[in-house]
Design a protein around this ligand. Structure first.
Ligand code: ATP
Ligand code: MG
Length: 562
């Protein structure tokens, strides 16, 4: 992506950065995107990625950069599968960390040195109290906390005990290292927070080298400072942690002083965004995997057919603010539709087919119709679609007893087959249940590419698939995964409001060229919606599988009408 493609309009963070550059406080800007590799990235992370990498791109002239840093300080939940998926997702979104790829676990020795430094200043001590006792003694908003007797040990004793913690001489939970800050602070985060805990756990990067692991609040500012991050952008729930962030920067031997700035996280209607909940959906096989097209994960959205550019546009549109709120998912769908409408070639598919026999086909047999690939973009040209004497049309494009304003097919009515003749319905057949099983029609010779002849009312063109050459394709009709706006707030828990109709798989008739589409090929099925050849299951020339990216119109907001 180029700098002429700014990823966002201005906002309070960009204003701060511009001021810092103008005043000379900083000569360049270094941001970071710091995911914990304990799950796949979701659209909320995309907001943070677009902000951090976007700021770096916009300030390329002063050598700005954005680091990709894996915050892998917790040994228990991290897997290398997640590291690889995160890299792939950031790249796919269009961003590049260049050489600046880091793992926080590489800084374990530095965190340890900082902890020793704090102990040396009598600003940290080894605590013997259990987690429960520490909680009881922490006090509350009206009562100051109290320290245990552990806090009275000398610097030397603490240094020796901490070395023993590191050497594996204690069990998990036997003791922790705490900062000595202020047990009476109105900010509970400052009441002697834990810096290190004992975990006899294997780490994906450092193996068994460590059995003590730093807490997030301690490690994060040190990571930022070590990497010379200038602006450390995080979500609002860390606002109350900022004094602690600054305390560590102030009291540890760090090479730079980053500034933490908070912004509102993205929440979307009809979905959940917590990694824990997404993991549960995956593990309980309520969805097909992390890349299930119904999930808000980047890999799910990609497989669903959402273009990276549409996601970037969406992030730009929602902007960066200080106020938490929930964004209507329809806004994201709008951006996707808007992008796909401009870019996607048109193809024809019939999802609910009924056969039309063209009885006088011999009067002007065509062989193929020339169909426009994009009515608003003639540059995309035309294609030839085979057509013979029988075509599939959409069941809802025929009415037995149509009202006046129904401009599609009905007894004695006319309609145009897209790119082909105007046809006139002569009769139809029904089965015992009253379903139309066959429609008979006649072509009006000489009407291909021409206006309706005198006395013929034909106001619409419908899509069709040739019976002789059309093929069957598996079509997956995806809808919202949850049936309520705020699944997190559901009384019975988020799993109680799963939308039972979030996936309908049907066999559709599609034009023959779609058989050889490559996985990832995206198009509009005319008059239906945007579809993409599934990246996993679609096999070109063998087994066509298409995912519905988004319907042509928002059928949730208002009833879809044509
Ligand atoms: P968890 O806390 O469940 O592990 P997380 O979503 O906070 O999940 P991280 O891997 O820590 O996961 O997130 C990486 C970065 O993405 C952080 O800087 C975080 O602030 C940002 N981020 C996460 N979720 C959102 C969101 N919904 N909107 C904006 N930014 C987000
Ligand atoms: Mg987190």
């Amino acid at each position: 992506m180029s700098e002429s493609d700014p990823t966002s309009k201005s906002d309070f963070i960009r204003d701060i950065i511009a001021d810092d550059l103008a005043s000379g406080k900083h000569s360049t800007v270094i941001t970071r995107f710091p995911p914990e590799p304990n799950g796949y990235l979701h659209i909320g992370h995309a907001k943070s990625i677009c902000l951090n990498f976007g700021v770096a791109l916009e300030n390329g002239a002063v050598g700005a950069k954005c680091h990709l840093r894996f915050d892998d300080t917790n040994p228990e939940k991290e897997e290398s599968e997640y590291v690889e998926s995160i890299k792939a997702d950031v790249k796919w979104l269009g961003f590049d960390w260049g050489k600046d790829l880091y793992f926080a676990s590489d800084y374990f020795p530095f965190f340890y040195d900082c902890a020793e430094h704090l102990i040396g200043q009598d600003l940290a001590y080894v605590e013997d109290d259990s987690a429960e006792d520490m909680r009881l003694k922490r006090g509350n908003l009206t009562t100051p906390g109290t320290r245990s007797v552990s806090s009275e040990r000398s610097v030397e004793e603490n240094l020796a005990l901490f070395a023993k913690m590191r050497a594996g001489e204690f069990q998990e939970g036997e003791c922790v290292l705490r900062a000595r800050i202020d047990m009476a602070s109105s900010n509970m985060n400052l009441r002697d927070p834990v810096l290190y805990r004992i975990m006899h756990a294997h780490h994906h990067n450092t193996g068994d080298a460590w059995c003590i692991y730093p807490m997030y609040d301690f490690a994060h500012p040190l990571e930022d400072a070590l990497e010379h991050i200038t602006h450390s952008l995080c979500t609002l729930e860390f606002e109350n942690h900022r004094p602690l962030y600054n305390w560590f920067i102030e009291h540890c031997p760090v090479p730079s002083k980053p500034r933490q700035i908070e912004f509102a996280r993205l929440s979307l209607t009809y979905t959940v965004m917590s990694k824990r909940k997404l993991l549960q959906l995956v593990q309980e096989k309520l969805v097909g995997g992390w890349d299930d097209p119904r999930l808000p994960t980047i890999s799910g959205l990609r497989r669903r057919g959402y273009p990276a550019a549409a996601i970037r546009d969406f992030c730009k549109r929602i902007g960066i603010t200080k106020f938490n709120g929930t964004t209507d998912v329809a806004l994201l769908e709008f951006d996707v539709r808007d992008f796909l409408n401009r870019e996607s070639p048109r193809r024809m598919a019939v999802l609910d087919p009924v056969k039309v026999v063209l009885e006088n086909w011999a009067a002007e047999p065509l062989g193929h119709a020339d169909v426009s690939n994009h009515p608003q973009n003639p540059e995309l040209g035309e294609r030839q679609v085979p057509i013979f004497n029988e075509v599939w049309i959409e069941r809802e494009d025929f009415m037995e007893d149509p009202p006046k304003k129904f401009y599609r097919l009905g007894p004695d009515r006319h309609v145009r087959l897209r790119g082909g003749h105007i046809i006139h319905c002569t009769s139809f057949e029904k089965d015992a249940e009253g379903n139309v099983t066959l429609i008979r029609a006649e072509i009006l010779p000489g009407t291909v590419g021409k206006d309706s002849p005198e006395g013929v009312q034909c106001k619409a063109a419908i899509h069709w698939v040739d019976v002789a050459t059309g093929i069957d394709a598996e079509v997956r009709l995806y809808d919202r995964l949850f049936s309520v706006e705020d699944p997190d707030a559901a009384d019975g828990g988020f799993l109680s409001v799963l939308n039972p109709d979030s996936l309908k798989t049907i066999t559709a008739k599609v034009e023959p060229a779609l058989a050889t589409a490559e996985p990832g090929f995206a198009c509009q099925f005319e008059r239906i919606g945007y579809f993409v050849a599934d990246s996993k299951d679609h096999q070109s020339g063998v087994k066509p599988v298409f995912n519905r990216t988004v319907a042509l119109k928002d059928s949730w907001g208002k009833q879809a009408g044509r």
